[in-house]
Design a protein around this ligand. Structure first.
Ligand SMILES: CC(C)(COP(=O)(O)OP(=O)(O)OC[C@H]1O[C@@H](n2cnc3c(N)ncnc32)[C@H](O)[C@@H]1OP(=O)(O)O)[C@@H](O)C(=O)NCCC(=O)NCCS
Length: 166
């Protein structure tokens, strides 16, 4: 239970920096703890960090990675794609997801993108709230978007947000 003293303690802001293949162990840990059986496996994360046309941002608190977000770009496209975002469950609810999202939007603008899109599991209440509060709209149901060997297919919601290129 949160005490009055805890409430008065300043929660430090995470530092944001670009992630690299050097961070794969920490990102794998966060991915597994945040997504469980739906986590990206090691080769997929390696692809994300080493091969894909993407930028990964990590949030660091006291020298520990507590969250990450990865945004993909396509050649000759002004649309960026939020591929993944996850926060260590011990650090959720502290606005880390929100600042990671803002950072990938900023990077998308720097890359001259005018729209960012993403998909989320239709029953992912926390993620949908984060996206709604951050201005994502134009909900589109994508049937059977997620496939897992254990749970079968699940629907996704696709959302987008227009970006103001300066
Ligand atoms: C979704 C996720 C990234 C959010 O990160 P977070 O750091 O916990 O979220 P924040 O503290 O930045 O909250 C941002 C907003 O989302 C809302 N939110 C976050 N968690 C919530 C929850 N469990 N229930 C309801 N709303 C929630 C907050 O109310 C907040 O709204 P506000 O800006 O009006 O205050 C995090 O819960 C997570 O890693 N989940 C598991 C992985 C996942 O589902 N990723 C998304 C895949 S599409």
């Amino acid at each position: 239970m949160m005490t009055k003293t805890m409430r008065m303690m300043k929660i430090s802001e995470p530092l944001l920096r670009r992630g690299s293949i050097e961070d794969i162990e920490e990102i794998t840990r966060i991915e597994n703890s945040a997504f469980g059986s739906h986590a990206y496996d090691y080769p997929s994360l390696r692809y994300m960090l080493e091969i894909a046309n993407s930028v990964t941002v990590v949030a660091v608190l006291e020298n520990k990675i507590v969250g990450y977000a990865s945004v993909y770009f396509r050649k000759n496209s002004k649309i960026s794609h939020l591929e993944s975002i996850a926060v260590d469950p011990d650090f959720q609810g502290r606005r880390i997801g929100k600042v990671l999202l803002e950072e990938v939007e900023k990077i998308s603008v720097e890359m001259k993108c005018t729209l960012i899109i993403l998909e989320t599991f239709e029953r992912n209440i926390a993620a949908r709230k984060l996206y709604k509060n951050s201005g994502y709209a134009n909900e589109l149901l994508v049937p059977d978007y997620y496939h897992t060997p254990y749970d079968g297919s699940k629907n996704a919601i696709r959302l987008s947000k227009s970006l103001q290129v300066k």
